[in-house]
Design a binder for this molecule. Structure first.
Ligand code: ZN
Length: 377
């Protein structure tokens, strides 16, 4: 009898869990959603040193960090891409985060090098550094090779070939929407690993990590240390190592959360100010003073040449610069439905194209633009 009761409890518990997970996909309940991604798993051990495997270190540190956040940050919802030793494709990891509408994606890894004395911790955000022959490129290439274990990887990464460094060029064309937030998180994280856990500092870098490329939110990838360095490996597999690394990742996230909350609070008066201006002077609200929608489809380090065919591919192709990156847009309308049609068209070629809103020469959120436009209809 007791046994049946227990089984029923488990079934109900699992059902509840499934329901909350599904609810999370549409409703964030006003919470900050953090996705923690312990690298590798299952048939993919990641880097190894003797019997020590990267996947185990990543998971232990990630769980430690997640537990501390769950216990101490009630306004945060933590989602893991894996909580056990299972294989999860890279694109699925990003999918989990995208579907949950995550506000931050943190991927946890451990580095490896042929040079056995290499050691220290580093934090990455997505991007391409000028020095293509750097160790950063190799680290990213190594991590991206995980997709070779996936059944149908050609179908999911738009022709990216993990065996070819030239393939990394696709990262020059990616959207860099969340660079500012990613950099903040990366800096907090690196600082905590160095000051808190006393790890040798290898700095914050940019590199082309597939798992970050596919996630549409601020994101970082952490290399905790080198499994190939015997001393560092011993530290990372020890309880002390797991606790200290988990602690510093947690503290860094808390710092980011404070920063994020301050930014969000700051944003409120600005949007109110725009709203007030609009309501106080409705007669002045001519077509020109309304927010316009555009489709952003490409980010480049340098502007295109005047005769580049890509400039003529769509109507009203234009660009603006942000953090030194040229962001190309097309379309220019106050009609939201019209811009959605344009986006559909552009996505045939640029899958990740998305709608932006511009108001008085400045980017504002699409949500804000729609609110202003609906008041002025
Ligand atoms: Zn890894």
């Amino acid at each position: 009898m007791n046994k049946i009761k227990n089984t029923m409890t488990v079934i109900i518990a699992v059902f509840c869990l499934m329901t909350t997970m599904q609810a999370g996909a549409v409703d964030k309940e006003g919470k900050f959603v953090l996705v923690i991604d312990p690298g590798h798993g299952g048939k993919d051990p990641g880097a190894v040193n003797g019997k020590n495997q990267e996947k185990t270190i990543n998971l232990k540190v990630a769980l430690k960090m997640g537990k501390l956040i769950e216990d101490n940050c009630k306004d945060v919802k933590v989602i893991y891409t894996r909580k056990t030793d299972v294989f999860v494709e890279l694109y699925k990891r990003a999918d989990i985060a995208n579907k949950a509408g995550a506000d931050m994606f943190i991927s946890v890894h451990t580095n490896s090098s042929k040079n056995k004395s290499a050691n220290g911790a580093e934090t990455y955000l997505l991007g391409v550094e000028d020095n293509r022959t750097s160790a950063n490129l190799n680290a990213a290439l190594e991590e991206n090779k995980a997709i070779l274990l996936e059944n149908d990887y050609q179908a999911h990464y738009e022709g990216y070939d993990p065996n070819s460094p030239e393939s990394m060029i696709i990262f020059e064309f990616m959207q860099n929407e969340f660079q500012k937030e990613s950099l903040k998180m990366a800096q907090f994280n690196q600082n905590q690993m160095v000051k808190g856990a006393k790890r040798p500092d290898r700095g914050v870098h940019q590199a082309g990590y597939l798992v970050l490329w596919k996630s549409a939110m601020p994101s970082i990838l952490i290399e905790l240390g080198f499994i190939s360095n015997n001393a560092e490996c011993q530290y990372l597999v020890s309880q002390k190592g797991v606790d200290e690394m988990g602690q510093s990742l947690y503290k860094a996230f808390k710092e980011y959360l404070e920063y994020h909350n301050k930014q969000t609070n700051k944003a409120v008066p600005t949007s109110q100010a725009i709203g007030n201006k609009q309501t106080n002077t409705p007669k002045e609200a001519s077509q020109e003073s309304l927010p316009v929608y555009k489709v952003q489809f490409m980010s480049l380090k340098t502007p295109l040449k005047k005769n580049d065919s890509r400039l003529k591919a769509y109507e009203n192709v234009d660009y603006y610069t942000e953090n030194g990156i040229c962001k190309y847009t097309c379309g220019d309308t106050t009609d939201y439905d019209a811009i959605l049609n344009t986006k559909k068209e552009v996505q045939k070629k640029y899958k990740d194209a998305f709608v932006i809103a511009v108001y008085n020469g400045k980017r504002i959120s699409v949500k804000e633009a729609r609110q202003i436009n609906s008041k002025n209809k």
